[in-house]
Ligand binder design. Structure first.
Ligand SMILES: [Zn+2]
Length: 325
């Protein structure tokens, strides 16, 4: 189990690191006279969507950058200072950022805390396929293990997220209402085109080939939305926090891969590439190019934005599963 942020320690760290602007009340107020709202997005995929809606009217800081895993993230003292000074903090929720609760309890930052998945009906953990949380029962009030947090893999959910971001930015900075509304409308138009494009590409893949094997259980919403089956995952968990799978689990997964006759399995940009490579080798299937799952790719990569990441994923999936085995 990973060490948790202890509220007391957190308060101490803030006191220590933040002899900062005792005069930072400006950050907590509605900006005026050309001040720019400072917003935080917890992870890179969300950061991109916030940037699209906020445009030039907001300053966006992303805490967990490209290629970095939010499930296992430990905030640094500098991150906590940033959080305490933000006007709005955007988070995915559904147990994706378990370290945020402790921060809010101890630091009680003044900015609005916005869960962007509000209004989306989450998938329950374990829905339709075998998932778990490493066997650990969730704490009371702890959403980890109860819901599947990976909602962004269904583009229809990204539309809801964009609407939630727009509403929160309007509340924080009413002077820029029309700008946020126009940016959100344009983003939603792009997302609708993206969704249609994904469906067109998936339609070229015979139904019986729409079977995914990945390292952790991140594609539940994608599977539900676009007609795939998640055949199995190496970690057997909604969180990449789960420990390495046992030899028996791996053997069972390889058996499943062989029985299903899939030509390829998939690794993720947030880790476990070596594990997936060895499973692919043992099952005698291809390891497809790495998918962007819980984080964007670095700038200049095919997964540098949300739209690019989704396009890259669907193209990788359709090509790899369409190949003859
Ligand atoms: Zn994940």
């Amino acid at each position: 189990m990973r060490p948790r942020v202890i509220p007391f320690l957190l308060a101490w760290v803030l006191a220590l690191v933040a002899p900062l602007p005792a005069a930072s009340p400006m950050a907590a107020q509605t900006p005026a006279n050309g001040d720019v709202v400072h917003v935080i997005a917890s992870f890179s995929i969300l950061g991109d969507l916030v940037r699209q809606v906020g445009g030039d009217a907001v300053r966006v800081t992303t805490l967990i950058g490209p290629g970095t895993d939010a499930h296992t993230y430990d905030p640094a003292p500098a991150d906590l200072v940033l959080l305490s000074e933000a006007d709005v903090v955007f988070e995915n929720g559904l147990g994706f950022e378990p370290w945020l609760d402790g921060f809010y309890e101890s630091a009680q930052p003044p900015g609005a805390r916005v869960v962007v998945t509000e209004g989306i009906t989450p998938r329950a953990a374990g829905e339709d396929h075998d998932t778990g949380d490493g066997g650990a029962a969730p704490d009371e009030g702890d959403e980890r293990g109860q819901f599947d947090p990976h909602i962004w893999h269904d583009v229809a959910n990204a539309v809801v997220i964009v609407s939630n971001i727009r509403d929160a930015l309007v509340a924080a900075d009413p002077a820029h209402t029309s700008e946020f509304a126009a940016n959100a409308a344009a983003a939603i138009t792009r997302l609708e085109a993206l969704d249609a494009s994904i469906r067109e590409q998936v339609a070229t893949l015979p139904e019986e080939r729409r079977k995914l094997v990945t390292s952790h259980d991140t594609f539940g919403y994608f599977a539900d939305a676009y007609g795939f089956e998640v055949l199995g995952t190496a970690l057997g968990s909604l969180s990449s926090e789960a420990g390495d799978p046992s030899a028996r689990d791996i053997a069972l997964l390889i058996e499943e891969i062989e029985t299903a006759g899939v030509p390829a399995i998939f690794a993720e940009n947030v880790g476990n590439v070596d594990l997936m490579a060895s499973i692919a080798a043992e099952a005698g299937v291809t390891l497809a190019p790495t998918l962007y799952t819980d984080a964007l790719g670095p700038e200049g990569s095919p997964g540098a934005t949300y739209e690019a990441m989704m396009q890259s994923n669907v193209s990788t999936i359709v090509t790899a599963l369409g190949a003859s085995s």
